[in-house]
Design a protein around this ligand. Structure first.
Ligand SMILES: [Zn+2]
Ligand SMILES: [Zn+2]
Length: 356
């Protein structure tokens, strides 16, 4: 290959690859890109405080791969200044989204009394057709448009008003309900986490942001609640497929919440164990490194190693463990207490370290 051809080839190859913005926070998992997605946001077109393009600038600044602008259908306090036009927030924001490399999802929030509560519908074609009085008709129309529908902040008026009732069973049996918010803004809902596991619903975590976003850099503790979507590609189509397949986790405060089958590869991508760099008698010294923006908390479940280990975000710690008598390898069993595979249940993890 001539040098100029090689140069063209390299430039084209680079141009076709967009690493996920979420890489700033979490690694990819085998076979999938990890995408940071906020699938529940508001603008002035309902009760939010910003123009739709501002949500795109914020997403770019915060390294979110995708957002859904999901203004309320039934609640528009700025109606006197902005006439009802449910499709406009998406149209207003979409050109800037393309320019800023943020994936924008056309969406709405179906906003009824609680019960039945609030539901987001994503990937819609025409939101105007959802502006209809009967709740069941709206959900049916969303599904006619092939929307992905999830139940938002179900317990925001208390667990009793957010309980799973015949209505949810009907939606579920018709396959009209596909997920639930396990986290919304500053709230985590263990009951939603449990129902998602039992009923095989997709877990979501979103900001439900109304005010302008803070421009403070993200920390392990302080960041938007987002859905980590494990997608084949960094495209809206791939996000649709991943949501339907349930390939998500929720990044909420200093925790990730989800199914074991996704939290395990995510943990393995975040945390690496180095070979022992030093040995004193039967004690091994080794490093645990964490590349993600979460302070990984480990609690011992086995016999070896410290009872608790915290590996700060994007950092490493030196750990010591004693070799069992006459052995060259020590096996360490822990629970990652802030990788929640069920309410109050941390992910089991194992390491082994060998004498050098
Ligand atoms: Zn709501
Ligand atoms: Zn909302």
């Amino acid at each position: 290959m001539k040098r100029i051809q090689l140069l063209v080839f390299i430039v084209l190859t680079l141009a076709t690859v967009t690493p996920a913005f979420a890489q700033d926070y979490f690694p990819d998992i085998p076979g999938y890109k990890t995408l940071a997605c906020d699938l529940h946001t508001h603008t002035v077109f309902s009760d939010g405080m910003v123009w739709p393009t501002v949500r795109i600038d914020e997403a770019r600044r915060e390294r979110l791969d995708a957002i859904a602008i999901s203004d309320h259908i039934e609640y528009q306090p700025h109606k006197a200044d902005l006439p009802t036009n449910h499709n406009r927030p998406y149209e207003v924001a979409k050109q800037l989204a393309v320019e800023k490399n943020v994936l924008l999802i056309k969406a709405t929030e179906i906003t009824r009394d609680t019960p039945p509560g609030h539901y987001n519908a994503l990937f819609l074609e025409d939101i105007d057709l959802l502006d209809t009085p009967k709740f069941m008709d709206v959900i049916e129309e969303a599904n006619k448009q092939n929307a992905f529908v999830f139940w938002n902040h179900h317990a925001w008026k208390g667990e009793d008003r957010g309980k799973w009732s015949d209505l949810q069973t009907t939606l579920y049996e018709k396959k009209w309900l596909h997920g639930m918010e396990v986290a919304n803004g500053g709230s985590y809902y263990p009951s939603a986490h449990k129902w998602c596991l039992e009923k095989n619903l997709t877990m979501l975590g979103n900001s439900d942001i109304h005010a302008p976003a803070s421009d403070d850099p993200y920390t392990a503790e302080k960041h938007r609640s987002v859905t980590l979507v494990f997608a084949k590609e960094r495209t809206v189509e791939s996000i649709t497929e991943a949501l339907r397949a349930g390939r998500t986790a929720v990044w909420f405060e200093n925790q990730v919440i989800g199914r074991q089958q996704y939290l395990k590869p995510l943990f393995d991508g975040c945390v690496t164990v180095a070979k022992a760099h030093y040995q004193k008698n039967s004690t091994l010294f080794f490093e645990l490194t964490n590349k993600a923006l979460i302070d990984v908390q480990l609690e011992r479940t086995g016999k070896s190693g410290p009872s608790e280990i915290t590996i700060p975000a994007r950092s490493s710690v030196i750990v010591t463990a004693k070799l069992p008598n006459g052995k060259k390898t020590v096996n360490l069993s822990y629970r990652a207490s802030n990788f929640l595979i069920a309410p109050e249940k941390g992910l089991p993890v194992e390491f082994s370290v060998t004498s050098h």
